[in-house]
Design a protein around this ligand. Structure first.
Ligand code: ATP
Length: 435
């Protein structure tokens, strides 16, 4: 059977994965054998999420009625019922619902009625509390279909210390990453010198370690020194898989969905207030604004290094008419050339334009030259994939260390008839003031 849980926490505390870990232990105590545990991330753009839009599914062997009673007791005991935005859902199904509902909740938006329709069709036992919104995540979790998966080991805090500062030795987290990368990732952000795997929110999570197998996250965990945890749970998960992305076409993107889109850079990036960087890229004449927000740190330099004519694929969520970048693929770089007035051979000063179609003139010694100086600019970027740093990575985003899936590479390399010429010309005209 499959047991699904969601929407048990609030910004003030609790975590659905913690209730999942407690439930695993209670099921085992009741003689119900737990076969697997899943941490299922859903559409990251859903506004009702508390943090990372996570739901939990537990696969188990035993009596569904008994499991349902234990799950309901667990949620009623631990969920943050007093918080207005906490609307728990519990579902138990002996037959796994079809994966379509999972994909809808992962990539799109669903309603409570749709979730109930799926649960009824599967003959599931379910209970939704308050506005019952948690049934959406609980149903998606038990319907989840992982064509790719990673692992996360989560350590939880003892109840008396919830809400107090976490005691986790930062150096040990860096050692864990150093000893196990690339088989684990995102415990720390080495480039920015920041710990990633220890939350700052008042929930029961002490730390988390992400990796390619249970064995690797356990190995990384063995290096970590911290306060005594209450318990630990390893989940299989769709984190780090790009499962939220679908191929998209500029002009046809829908709000709140996540895409990989191919296009040609139309305008050089600009840095706006707060350090957020944006550039425009286009496909067959339709423009799209891409955003690299300040928390993406050095990734913004990748956006800044692009010039019009570069062919790129951009991954991210489409929100407020912008694509919020998670990853960029550069397929083809434009040949960037800088055209500027020549240097005067007589006096060595830079000439200025002598007027439209009249060549160049030296304002110091009146020498003339018909030709401009053409300089090929060395590009600060190479074809390939670039990603935001671990501190800014979304749970579902696939780290490049895991490789790029074939379908994403195909989007990047696909050719379009409307691809523009490969030369980007930056005209630099000098005036008297510049001399
Ligand atoms: P945490 O990750 O810390 O456990 P959370 O970020 O998962 O918290 P929830 O408290 O679970 O946030 O709130 C998310 C709510 O949105 C849940 O009620 C869930 O059922 C619902 N939900 C999830 N995905 C969708 C979707 N695609 N469409 C509509 N509702 C959704």
């Amino acid at each position: 059977m499959w047991i699904g849980l969601d929407d048990t926490d609030s910004p003030a505390g609790m975590c659905t994965t913690y209730i999942g870990a407690i439930l695993v232990r209670r099921l085992e105590q009741a003689g119900i054998h737990v076969v697997g545990t899943r941490l299922v991330r859903l559409n990251p753009n859903v506004i009702h999420k508390t943090r990372g839009n996570a739901a939990v599914a537990i696969e188990a062997d035993g009596d569904p009625q008994k499991a349902f009673a234990i799950a309901v007791t667990c949620v009623e005991e631990l969920a943050e019922f007093d918080e207005p935005e906490t609307n728990p859902g519990v579902a138990v199904a002996s037959v796994r619902p079809p994966p379509e509902f999972y994909y809808a909740a992962l990539r799109d938006y669903c309603t409570v009625d749709e979730a109930i329709g799926v649960l009824e069709a599967a003959g599931a036992l379910y209970r939704g509390y308050k506005n019952r919104r948690g049934l959406i995540g609980a149903t998606a979790a038990i319907a989840s279909d992982f064509s790719d998966q990673t692992y996360e080991l989560l350590a939880y805090r003892r109840r008396p210390v919830w809400g107090t500062p976490r005691v986790v030795d930062a150096a040990s987290l860096f050692s864990a990453e150093a000893e196990t990368y690339p088989h684990t990732w995102d415990t720390v952000d080495r480039e920015n010198g920041v710990v990633v795997g220890v939350p700052h929110t008042p929930d029961p999570v002490l730390f988390g370690v992400r990796g390619e197998s249970a064995a690797w996250v356990e190995k990384a965990r063995s290096y970590i020194r911290s306060e005594e945890p209450a318990c630990e749970q390893i989940y299989t998960t769709n984190q780090g898989t790009d499962a939220h992305l679908v191929p998209g076409v500029i002009g046809e993107l829908r709000e709140g969905r996540s895409y990989l889109v191919r296009g040609t850079v139309a305008e050089t990036a600009v840095t706006g207030p707060g350090g957020h960087v944006s550039f425009t890229f286009s496909d067959c004449g339709t423009d799209l604004r891409c955003m690299a927000y300040e928390p993406t740190k050095g990734f913004r330099d990748v956006a800044r290094a692009l010039v019009p004519g570069d062919v790129v694929a951009a991954a991210g969520s489409y929100k407020g008419e912008s694509l919020n970048l998670e990853k960029l693929g550069v397929a083809r770089l434009a040949d960037a050339v800088r055209i500027r007035p020549p240097v005067c051979l007589a006096c060595g000063r830079r000439m200025t334009s002598a007027g439209s179609g009249k060549g160049y003139k030296c304002r110091v010694c009146s020498e003339r030259s018909p030709d401009a100086e053409i300089e090929v600019v060395e590009r600060r970027i190479r074809p390939g994939w670039y990603e935001v740093p671990p501190t800014a990575r979304r749970h579902l985003a696939r780290p490049l260390v895991r490789g790029v899936p074939a379908w994403e590479e195909n989007v990047l390399q696909s050719c379009r008839e409307c691809d523009p010429p490969r030369r980007h010309v930056n005209r630099m005209n000098f005036t008297k003031k510049d001399l």
